[in-house]
Design a protein around this ligand. Structure first.
Ligand SMILES: C[S@@+](CC[C@H](N)C(=O)[O-])C[C@H]1O[C@@H](n2cnc3c(N)ncnc32)[C@H](O)[C@@H]1O
Length: 210
């Protein structure tokens, strides 16, 4: 499926993640520090947005950034420059990165699989481009357990949330999606944030090994 950039909402989300990114990052950092530990010198990131994860790469390393949403690009470039990371920015989708088979050691993403139209297609693309032994490291927000107040809220807010955040769904079982993604081994742990964005607080982090 092709990605439709919405210039107005794209600009809104670029500004939103730029403004609130540091606050969100304080909550997410403990989990990212675990799964993004020891990243290799070249990393592919799917949907990097305005560059929330650039600081987890060592200065001098290379980031192949697959980001179809052009309004994110200026801030992403600035973030890479600030952290001394070489940026190879590709205006493509996570479903069709254009990278060769078995080409990369490490793919990362955060808050991506909630937004893409077809998480299974993205995970198949991750598997395709990872070398055997390579890793996919992720932090994502997921559906709360059925019947909980958070789950009810996720359901109730699905339309305005999805519209505002360009297709984002708080109702996905992404642990099951990654486990079903054909990886050799998957480590995934649930965690809960304590942000005012209640529907976003139920999360997972993990590493899938190709
Ligand atoms: C919720 S934002 C998260 C951004 C960033 N990863 C972060 O953690 O702050 C989702 C990002 O995924 C991107 N995105 C949406 N659909 C995509 C697709 N099909 N392929 C690649 N990126 C996509 C959006 O443009 C946006 O930058």
């Amino acid at each position: 499926m092709s990605y439709q950039v919405n210039p107005a909402r794209g600009r809104f989300n670029a500004a939103f993640f730029s403004a609130l990114g540091p606050t969100l990052e304080r909550s997410l950092r403990p989990y990212k520090q675990v799964v993004f530990a020891g990243l290799p010198s070249t990393v592919v990131e799917l949907g990097p947005g305005v560059g929330a994860n650039v600081s987890y790469l060592s200065p001098g390393s290379s980031l192949v950034a697959v980001e179809p949403n052009r309004p994110m690009h200026r801030r992403l470039r600035a973030a890479a420059e600030r952290h001394g990371v070489r940026l190879d920015l590709r205006e493509r989708t996570a479903e069709g990165t254009g990278l060769p088979d078995d080409a990369v050691d490490c793919v990362i993403s955060s808050l991506l699989l909630c937004t893409v139209a077809d998480p299974a297609a993205v995970l198949a693309e991750v598997r395709r481009i990872l070398r055997p032994g390579g890793t996919y490291r992720f932090v994502e927000h997921v559906a709360a357990p059925a019947g909980t107040p958070t789950r009810v809220l996720q359901r109730g807010l699905r339309r305005p949330w999805g519209w505002t955040f360009e297709g984002c769904s708080c109702e996905r079982d992404l642990a099951a999606a990654v486990r079903g993604g054909g990886f050799a081994r998957v480590e995934v742990r649930p965690h809960r944030l304590h942000t005012p964005f209640v529907t976003f607080n139920t999360q997972i982090s993990g590493v899938a090994h190709a």
